[in-house]
Ligand binder design. Structure first.
Ligand SMILES: Nc1ncnc2c1ncn2[C@@H]1O[C@H](COP(=O)(O)OP(=O)(O)OP(=O)(O)O)[C@@H](O)[C@H]1O
Length: 372
């Protein structure tokens, strides 16, 4: 039976007594559903590994609680937690053949030989290494993808309550990574073990997870499915971490309206796309950020009242659409705009002056905060 996993007000401070303590996890509270494949996503140093290691008991938390099902595991040592772990480095034993690598967790649990053989065979079938098991080489004779399959088999063979995957695909090349994403999802769904997958790759997290948590500086910024995070990001940081967001500095200029700084362009934003509480800023003239996805912008050659002048820097032909990078005046935005336009028979916009238009209603409005 799959377990849920609950964090209650978890804090982790490294070097509490030192001059420079690091508050790596700040009041983390959320729950992972039984059988869920849950991704922890965030930039380097945001606390992903610390949360994973704390879940395994490899790191003791400063305060709060971690529960497996109803059981408080906070003070339980790692070897009594029945977890499976897979690391970026695979961490296989080169002096053992693959059978013994996979069997290791059962051997230390003093499992009878016939059961070891049965379980190893089953789990190698599950991860798709039946042929390799017949040859039974040392793991060093296998490809990167096969080695990672052995590492997953080793973590699953003793039916762990929780499976923890720490950037398991980071050492594989891009093509294999994409293939192994689908494989990990298939294997996880077949076993239905509650699983945490750590990555700093947003595409990977979106592709693999049932839900994801976006962390920043030890704080969980938002939890949701990839679709929820893409269409309803809580703040500018999440919006730019899950997919691309183009930002414009703007001033509030009426109910649901903002005027882009340095222009006469006023954009209406749908109420549901205003991503802060109305109580926080209501005054006209307050600074806000307008955020538009690449598909919420368009470019044209002709000057129009709402068009913002810019220069095309890069043109990428991506099949059905063309991606443009356009630089605007630096007072309007400090980064170049990424704009996706459908491929047009009459050709693409050349590397010259164009006018950028924000599609009415669609963009987001955020508080002007640090975006990364
Ligand atoms: N043993 C430690 N002693 C002191 N500080 C630590 C220790 N381990 C981690 N930290 C700090 O805690 C913060 C969170 O680190 P953590 O490794 O959890 O981040 P991460 O999101 O996994 O990053 P990455 O993607 O780079 O692995 C960082 O500021 C890091 O420097």
């Amino acid at each position: 039976m799959s377990l849920n996993l609950t964090y209650k007000h978890v804090n982790k401070i490294f070097g509490e007594q030192s001059k420079n303590p690091v508050h790596a996890l700040k009041d983390v509270s959320f729950a992972i559903e039984p059988g869920e494949l849950f991704c922890l996503l965030g930039p380097s140093g945001c606390g992903k590994t610390t949360l994973l290691r704390s879940t395994a008991g490899l790191e003791s938390i400063t305060d709060g609680q971690i529960l497996y099902g109803d059981k408080d595991m906070t003070l339980i040592p790692p070897f009594r937690r029945n977890i499976g772990m897979v690391f970026q480095s695979f961490a296989l034993y080169p002096h053992m053949n693959i059978f013994e690598n996979v069997a290791y967790g059962l051997r230390v649990r003093k499992t009878a030989d016939d059961i070891v053989r049965k379980k190893v065979t089953e789990v190698m079938e599950l991860v798709g290494l039946t042929e390799e098991l017949k040859r039974n080489p040392s793991p060093t004779g296998l490809s990167g993808g096969q080695q990672q399959r052995v590492a997953i088999a080793r973590a699953l063979v003793y039916d762990p309550d929780i499976l923890l995957l720490d950037e398991p695909l980071a050492n594989l090349d891009a093509k294999l990574r994409r293939y192994m994403r689908a494989e990990i999802r298939r294997i996880q769904k077949a076993t239905n073990i509650t699983t945490i997958f750590v990555t700093h790759d947003q595409e990977e997290a979106m592709a693999i997870g049932d839900r994801l948590a976006v962390l920043r500086k030890g704080v969980v910024e938002q939890i949701g499915s990839s679709n929820e995070l893409y269409t309803r990001p809580n703040n500018a940081f999440v919006s730019n971490f899950i997919g691309k967001m183009n930002f414009f500095n703007a001033k509030l200029s009426g109910q649901g309206k903002a005027t882009i700084v340095g222009t006469q362009t006023t954009i209406s934003v749908r109420p549901e796309n205003i991503r802060f509480s109305n109580k926080k800023i209501v005054e006209n003239g307050a600074s806000v950020l307008l955020g538009a996805r690449p598909e919420q912008l368009e470019i044209c050659r002709e000057k129009t009242p709402e068009g913002i002048r810019g220069t095309v820097q890069i043109i990428q032909h991506l099949g059905q659409f063309v991606r443009y990078e356009v630089v605007l005046d630096s007072s309007i935005s400090d980064a170049s705009m990424e704009i996706d336009m459908p491929y047009m028979v009459e050709g693409v916009f050349e590397r010259d002056s164009v006018y950028v238009k924000v599609k009415e209603g669609l963009p987001f409005m955020f508080l002007p905060e640090v975006r990364n």
